[in-house]
Design a protein. Structure first.
Ligand code: NAI
Ligand code: MG
Length: 491
């Protein structure tokens, strides 16, 4: 048990109220530690510090900003085991995956370290003897409201480019995962990020997230989480006309044609819903399975699901850890009940594990619901748990209608050996990313984001530059005298 402080203006501080809240381990239901329960006053202080620090940070040479980001990656690697263990204990990632995620977070900082001094504008051929050029300037203070499913990686994917491009940052981590965020904040500070450039205010969404999203000095907001909260954040941003980048989850279809490599498709279907116990925005939570291969595929999948080792995230043998919180577990239990009531057939799981050692944690078994109708709530809503809905199909056109027939559009996965068919279907799908014969693979080099209610703008890749810069056009008139008279001028 440790009592953490939060980082504002380069100092480790308590909340102005003096209050704290407890972070619970989903593996045991026991407290891991406490963090300050930040509120509006703390947010105002953090934004003030970030605004002050912006003046020097935006003038810091871009290559120097890049070098500092590289040092963050170095710190992450030096202390990766400690950080991975805390990530496992506080958020429920099993230890093998937690280590991979710390490495993945280091790679995000490296990518953006390289980006820092490579972002540049254009020279534009306007009429007359003029040079017209653009510069991409930082926005100023940026807010980052982060969820609990990937507290390090998701925070890095927005904070690293914001910092690289000269912005200052205020992070509001999820109330489920404040401690691992504060450990990363310490590494960021130790890497030499100047005081006030990077700040963390811990606390609850309505108490600390809302004043941050509504603050008039916040010029850009990046939010990852639910559609409902994302909509509120966008409304708060409208009050002061701030830029918003939203990533709001999905209901990703994994589409299997009869001519697919069925062995690989099965692995992908298993991994796509059980990785992180299904608590991933791009989890392939709908399996659109052709009737021709349906029965055997479902039988084998159920078999494999029953073999998955669910358990303590610190156990090296564990393949699937717990659900993040009692609240999220209750949501999953509720949805599985709704599914069976609506007529879905429960083929595997659908309950908590029997192991007495797991009763205090928030564990749930890999769950397979078959004969799901595309209109059922379990096929429409994001459950965010290890619950896979199998939807059979026969006609390709109808299947595309099913794939697109949800409010989300984050990603899709297509399995077929016929490349023409794959690309034809990929072109019809409403999704920000389509994976052909591949896992749902997110890499920092490539854009990530959604169609429809899954969000707006893109993170990762060069596409994220627009989130953290604004365009300044400068025009220099070079002639001896102005060519047009006042009333011939274009405006
Ligand atoms: P949430 O969307 O409420 O929380 C995400 C973040 O927003 C947290 O940091 C939270 O403190 C903050 N927040 C909450 N209310 C706020 C407000 N009024 N103003 C500003 N910030 C606020 O998500 P929650 O409750 O943790 O999970 C609910 C569901 O959301 C999940 O079951 C899942 O379906 C979805 N979700 C999607 C994620 C994704 O990766 N797209 C991540 C986490 C949740
Ligand atoms: Mg927790």
């Amino acid at each position: 048990m440790a009592d953490y402080k939060m980082l504002i203006g380069g100092r480790w501080v308590e909340a102005a109220s003096g209050e704290r809240f407890t972070s619970i381990s989903p593996a045991t239901g026991e407290p891991v530690g406490t963090a300050p329960r930040g509120g509006a006053e703390d947010v105002y202080r953090a934004v003030r510090e970030a605004k002050r620090a912006f003046e020097a940070w935006r003038r810091t040479d871009a290559d120097e900003r890049g070098r500092i980001l590289l040092k963050i990656a170095g710190r992450l690697r030096e202390r990766s085991e400690d950080l991975a263990r805390l990530l496992a204990v506080e958020s429920g990632h099993y230890i093998g995956k937690a280590r991979a995620l710390v490495e993945g977070t280091a790679k995000v900082f490296e990518f953006h370290a390289g980006l820092a001094d490579k972002v540049r504008g254009d020279v534009i051929p306007v009429p007359g003897e003029r040079i017209s050029f653009t510069r991409l300037e930082p926005l100023g203070v940026t807010a980052h409201i982060v969820p609990w499913n990937y507290p390090l990686f998701v925070m890095a994917r927005s904070c690293a480019p914001a910092l690289a491009l000269g912005n200052t940052v205020v992070v509001k981590p999820s109330e489920e995962t404040p401690l691992v965020t504060l450990e990363l904040a310490r590494m960021i500070q130790e890497a030499g990020v100047p005081d006030g450039v990077f700040n963390v205010v811990t606390g609850y969404g309505p108490e600390a997230g809302a004043p941050l999203a509504s603050h008039p000095d916040v010029e850009g907001i990046t939010f990852t989480g639910s559609v409902e909260t994302g909509r509120k954040v966008m409304q708060m941003a409208a009050g002061h006309v701030a830029k918003v980048c939203l990533e709001l989850g999905g209901k990703t279809p994994l589409i299997v044609f009869p001519d697919a490599d069925l062995g690989q498709a099965l692995e992908a279907a298993l991994q796509g819903i059980l990785s992180r116990a299904g608590q991933i925005c791009i989890a392939t939570s709908r399996l659109l399975l052709h009737r021709e291969v349906h029965d055997r595929f479902v039988d084998e999948l159920a078999e494999r699901m029953r073999e998955v080792k669910v358990g303590d995230p610190l156990d090296e043998e564990t393949q699937m850890g717990p659900i993040v919180s009692q609240r999220q577990l209750d949501k999953i239990v509720r949805y599985v009940r709704i599914g069976t009531e609506e007529g879905a057939k429960l083929v595997a799981g659908g309950r908590r594990p029997d192991d007495p050692a797991l009763q205090k944690g928030f564990y749930y078994l890999p769950t397979l619901l078959a004969e799901v109708d595309p209109g059922m709530r379990v096929a429409q809503d994001e459950i965010f748990g290890p619950v896979l809905c199998v939807i059979p199909w026969e006609d390709e056109g109808e299947m595309i209608g099913m794939a697109n027939g949800v409010r989300y559009g984050l990603a899709a996965s297509i399995w077929t050996r016929n490349i023409k068919k794959a690309l034809r279907v990929a072109g019809e799908l409403e999704a920000g990313a389509v994976f052909v014969n591949d896992w749902i693979a997110e890499y920092v080099q490539a854009p990530h984001g959604g169609y429809k209610k899954s969000g707006i703008l893109r993170e990762n890749g060069l596409e994220c530059i627009v989130n953290y810069t604004r365009v300044k056009n400068t025009v220099v008139q070079l002639g001896e005298r102005l060519e047009e008279t006042w009333f011939e001028a274009p405006l």
